[in-house]
Design a protein around this ligand. Sequence first.
Ligand code: CA
Length: 639
Amino acid sequence: MKKLMIVGTVALAVACRPAAETFHFDEMVYSPDETEFRLFAPSDAECYVVVGTDSIAMTLGTDSIWRATAQGDRKGDTYQFLVNGEPSPGVFAKAVTVNGEKGVVVDLRDSDPEGWESDRPVRRLPQDIVVYEMHHRDFSVSQPSTRYPGKFLALTEPWAISHLTDLGVNAVHVLPSYDYGSVDETRLDEPQYNWGYDPVNYNVPEGGYSTDPFDPLCRIREFKQMVQSLHRAGIAVILDVVYNHTYDIGHSNFQRTYPDYYYRKTAGGEYSNGSGCGNETASEKPMMRRFMVESVKYWVNEYHIDGFRFDLMGCHDIETMNEIRRTLDSIDPKIFVYGEGWSAGACALPAEQLGIKANISQMPRIAAFSDELRDALRGPFSDDTKMGWLGRASYDDCEADMGGLQTSIKYGIAGCVAHPQVDQSLVNYAKDAWAAEPTQSIVYVSCHDDMCLTDRLRASIQALSSPTGDESLIRLDLLAQTAVFTSQGVPFMLSGEELLRTKHGVHNSYESPDSINQLDWSNKERYPEVFAYYKGLIALRRHHPAFRLGSADLVRRHLEFLPSDDTVVAFRLKDNAGGDAWRDIIVVLNPAVTASAVTIPDGTYTAVCHDGVISEEGLGTVSGPTVTVAPQSALILHD
Ligand code: CA
């Protein structure tokens, strides 16, 4: 290792004004004549930046920011900040060396793929979005015709694009795609797997998903190629952002540049652990808030990102989330923001200040995941063996709270807004309707967390493991997704559910091997009826505005639940809801192994979904007032 040459002296601390008012986390500003470095670090620290082999002392400005300038054209040089001897690439590196250890001086225009200047974002009204949540490696690692297994570039390939567009989803939510720590980028020839909830450099794409993590521009260019390709297909790109914690404290770039600034502590002086990962960041502090705002803005401006999913949003404070919303609005109000409205432990901030589900009404146009419908359908998150409404209708011999589960499903179908026919006191979790608008509710029955849908059904319903269990498994799977896609929330599905995905019963597969996490693409031929149903369901939603009314008032006006016993959910979207060409749409969900009869408004209807088959052209006519719904299936009618 070359000996570093120390030049200059360290400035003494001076009276400073708060950096958050002026600073924009531009830690490296390149020009062919010189490169300026800036860093937020304690005013009594000793700060250097090592550029290539030159160590340059930084000086403290009156705005609390340390600065240094490297003369000459430094493009391609690596750099590291040294704060009291602690090396780091800073907190806002935009290009890094392998494994994200050092920053790299780049001109980002060199990373733009051909045609990037004409790339246009794909942004829709929230009620029109259909989210497909995927992990890069799960999706492509075992796809037989891919050239780029497990890489960003897999999403530029025709097989991938046609699968997504054929299915009909219009937004891909990628699991953490920033630089994370748990995959060693120098050993990519060996199988390694992680979801990536261990951020290292928040503003650089992950090297493990690039074809060459040693080339600092490669990951940036390939990420942009992925975005470009999805945008060309009309598919939005949503990033999973994990600002709420870092892998650990000691090695984090936050801690190495400004010890203890970015983290919350408890009253007793311990690091608070609202993330369940050993620490939680302090979004309420001005520079952490600024960091989050600047970071999302950077992803939008540099990478043309269309939306953000905030991991453990319940760890962040409301004011920060609202400032993020305002910032994104100033770019494009259609940039979609949602998050997990909970934390994974107690946070060192009062609950009334946190971005939890119960406070969503104070965060206009930010959505949260609804666990009410999810758990009512499949069973509680706390116990994989417990059945939900789907199983209890037929397989539970105990006293079951079918009424409460049925009400929770209705609440989810109404988009988690207050509805006169939903008795909130019976809903499983939310005793107050937390969403002000249905577009604040993400509706889903499975995601990367917990078991995927088929595994959960098998784990909770013993009968599905019998030799004849597969037929019921498929029926209940399709029925569950029918509840999701006919609801007024923003529908969300886990990648691979359309291929009847299994993770072989693994509940938390964050570091499981490919054999657990990979999609089995041969299932597309093995279960063509499953893919066809998912596709038909998504198309039905896309073609019918009645399913995506977008406002609570419209939901209350047009969504009417029909009387039924508590083993069935039946509802009507009436009076050309949302301008729909169909005057009335009736949806009946029947989880029982026997057919169920329900009473509907008298009339003659066309069936478009019956007994596990969807066809918008029609599957025959049905007359009221009594209709029969086949076992473990949905019936959808229109007049
Ligand atoms: Ca990495």
